[in-house]
Ligand binder design. Structure first.
Ligand SMILES: Nc1ncnc2c1ncn2[C@@H]1O[C@H](COP(=O)(O)OP(=O)(O)OP(=O)(O)O)[C@@H](O)[C@H]1O
Ligand SMILES: [Mg+2]
Length: 235
């Protein structure tokens, strides 16, 4: 579904990503892990079009999308839930979700999606009319995910959805992401600090270090690697 080929990104003269090759097939949950500053968010931004790539290619469903604008990539089916749970604070929960679904003409499909979002996150249904800015951190993250889902994406990218959340709330978020993968067959690309959780649920993973992919493989392969165990799994 998504293929990143020899992608490089620089900020000014500073290289943030070099020669990244990565693939996500339909229905897969793929994790990207790595230390702070490794370039994980930059990778997501290059895929969704928020930052420009210096070289390489990004293909989505067989189409080269690197020259397209972020909104065109969103229309093509890429939903990017960025780091730091961005919601529209002065809009209600319902309005935030409607913003996510704005390009969706099919009213039935929209209803189905909203039902699914409220089934995954019942608290959002309860707080439908509340201003998003007054939600708790966990609720805002749920809303950010819900808004991404409301666009009926083919690929969902989650950038550190557990960041800054209490462990129990983060667990709920992970469960819902795993549910989206297993029950809805959603294709997911996930960046996470909580590596053990991110890896456990994934089909495959990539380890990013200072802008390069240093390792990739299945959960079994990665978790049996001594360097990965020591650096990320605390073993
Ligand atoms: N807009 C920018 N301008 C200049 N440098 C940037 C910019 N955004 C990111 N960088 C740099 O690019 C590198 C990669 O940053 P990025 O945010 O992608 O890392 P990350 O892996 O997501 O880190 P974290 O785990 O802390 O979120 C860092 O050295 C960062 O300082
Ligand atoms: Mg980041």
């Amino acid at each position: 579904m998504l293929k990143v080929d020899h992608l490089s990104v620089a900020y000014g003269g500073l290289t943030a990503l070099s020669d990244i090759c990565l693939e996500v097939r339909a229905g897969e949950l793929v994790s990207v892990v790595g230390p702070n500053g490794a370039g994980k968010s930059t990778l997501f931004k290059a895929i969704s079009g928020v930052v420009r790539a210096g070289s390489g290619s990004v293909t989505f469903e067989g189409e080269d999308i690197l020259q397209t604008r972020p909104f065109q990539r969103a229309h093509a089916g890429i939903a990017h839930v960025p780091e730091g749970r961005h919601v529209f604070p002065a809009m209600s929960v319902q309005e935030n979700l409607e913003m996510g679904a704005y390009a969706l003409a099919d009213a039935r499909k929209r209803e189905e999606l909203f039902e699914r979002i409220f089934a995954l996150f019942p608290i959002l249904a309860e707080r439908r009319r509340q201003y998003a800015g007054t939600l708790s951190g966990g609720e805002q993250q749920m809303l950010a995910i819900g808004r991404g889902l409301a666009s009926a994406p083919k690929l969902m990218m989650f950038d550190e959805p557990s960041m800054g959340l209490a462990p129990a709330v983060a667990d709920t978020i992970f469960e819902r992401i795993a549910q989206l993968h297993k029950e809805d067959g959603m294709t997911i690309l996930l960046v996470e600090q909580r590596v053990a959780e991110a890896m456990e649920n994934c089909d495959r993973g990539y380890v990013l270090q200072t802008g390069r992919i240093v390792m990739s493989g299945t959960y079994e392969e990665l978790s049996s690697d001594d360097n990965v165990r020591r650096a990320y799994l605390g073993m």
